[in-house]
Design a protein around this ligand. Structure first.
Ligand code: PLP
Length: 399
């Protein structure tokens, strides 16, 4: 049994920051009142929600805190935005998204396609960058909504959302833009006003808040039907008694995330770059699935040609290293990643691709451990691969 645990799967979920836990605790044990109640005891809970909404407003640079809806996760944020909007927009039947979205967007679009909507899925190039010309071509007077991620969960590639907004709005000022910002929260700055975004969703557990809480920004004046119908909570946009401790938690996590953006951009990026540079240098059949600099600072996705990703993960797990192949939702299935397929990643690397994702808790010692331990694992798997000639050719090429 290996006692070491090196967690490099922060795009799947993150450790809850102790400071977040401390902030949440009083709302479990002492201030547990229903924030909608009339008595004084509920005042602290309702004040906590008000302050948390204000903090999320700051995090997104929204205009007012009324533009913030608390949800339960990133998937709920996306569903609330997309389905809520389309419920109010019954005439326009054209919607656009990208081929590399998370299933919480992609499968909603597939659902609407089955309902008779015309859906366009915009492609990406081999580096994972969005085809902006294709987007420009597709938006028309019938387009109700464009939904795009800000950064991809598997590759970390950042999409130029401000440019995307300009393209969308110049073709049709009435088309709404939803941005899935789940993988940028805590990694790069979010500014919904500068980027001119109508709706934007995040998920707490991706930036050191607990699982079970998310947030959605909806620009004032954007009509949205609620997904969960019931009480008046969240200004009628999301019924259900507010999850006060978790709302306090995501707001605290957002505050901490904003404070650590510089550290992410410098130190975490340095560690990520060290990891990927060393792996590619030392392992003959390792190659970056995307090398562009416009990536979130914590993510690298590396293809190990001619070997199986699942086997690499099992060997890494044996020595305490947590990484992933594809996204958390697709790993466990043997289907190769839809993101890498959309990028045209060669089939030789498709099944052997591994994502390492760091966080502000990742240390240099941990990165050095992976750099030391990974090459012998790959060497072992190379030796049992049926593609010996191909691997030898790559060996000769690198030396
Ligand atoms: N969007 C992206 C880009 C994600 O990476 C994820 C989770 O991996 C989600 C949405 C869904 O978030 P949640 O698990 O909180 O529903």
């Amino acid at each position: 049994m290996n006692n070491k645990m090196i967690y490099l799967d922060n795009n799947a979920t993150t450790k809850v920051d102790k400071k977040v836990v401390d902030e949440m605790m009083p709302y479990f044990e002492e201030e547990y009142a229903n924030p909608s109640s009339m008595y004084d005891f509920s005042k602290k809970a309702s004040k906590a929600i008000k302050e948390s909404r204000e903090m999320m407003k700051e995090f997104f640079n929204a205009k007012t805190s009324n533009e913030i809806i608390f949800t339960s996760c990133g998937s709920e944020s996306a569903n609330t935005a997309i389905r809520g909007l389309l419920e109010t927009e019954k005439n326009k039947k054209h919607i656009i998204t990208t081929k590399v979205e998370h299933p919480c967007v992609l499968n909603v679009f597939k659902y609407y396609e089955k309902q008779g909507y015309k859906v366009d899925y915009i492609g990406v190039n081999s580096n994972g960058e969005l085809d902006l010309a294709e987007l420009q071509e597709k938006v028309d007077k019938d387009t109700a909504l464009v939904a795009t991620m800000w950064a991809n969960n598997e590759t970390g590639v950042i999409f130029p959302v401000q440019k995307i907004s300009e393209i969308v709005k110049s073709k049709n000022p009435e088309t709404k833009l939803f941005v899935d910002a789940v993988q940028v929260a805590g990694k790069i700055d979010i500014d919904v006003q500068t980027a001119n975004i109508d709706m934007l969703g995040v998920s707490g557990h991706k930036f050191h808040a607990p699982k079970g809480v998310g947030a959605l920004y909806v620009k004032s004046g954007t009509l949205l039907n609620p997904l969960i119908i019931g009480g008046h909570q969240e200004r009628g946009k999301r019924a259900g008694t507010e999850n006060v401790p978790y709302i306090v938690g995501i707001a605290k996590a957002a505050e901490l995330a904003k404070e650590s953006l510089k550290y992410e951009a410098t130190e975490i990026k340095r560690l990520r770059d060290k990891l990927e540079t060393n792996i590619v240098k030392n392992i003959c059949n390792a190659k970056l699935n995307t090398s562009i600099s416009n990536r979130v600072p914590n993510t690298t996705n590396i293809g190990f040609e001619y070997i199986e990703g699942e086997l690499i993960l099992l060997h890494l797990s044996d020595i305490g290293i947590c990484a992933s192949s594809g996204s958390a939702c697709t790993s466990g299935s043997l289907e190769p990643s839809h993101v890498l397929r959309a990028m045209g990643t060669p089939f030789t690397a498709l099944h052997g691709s591994i994502r390492f994702s760091l966080s502000r808790f990742t240390t240099e010692e941990e990165i050095d451990y992976v750099i030391e331990k990974l090459p012998p694992i790959i060497e072992k798997l190379n030796n049992i691969s049926p593609y010996q000639d191909e691997i030898n050719a790559l060996k000769n090429l690198k030396h």
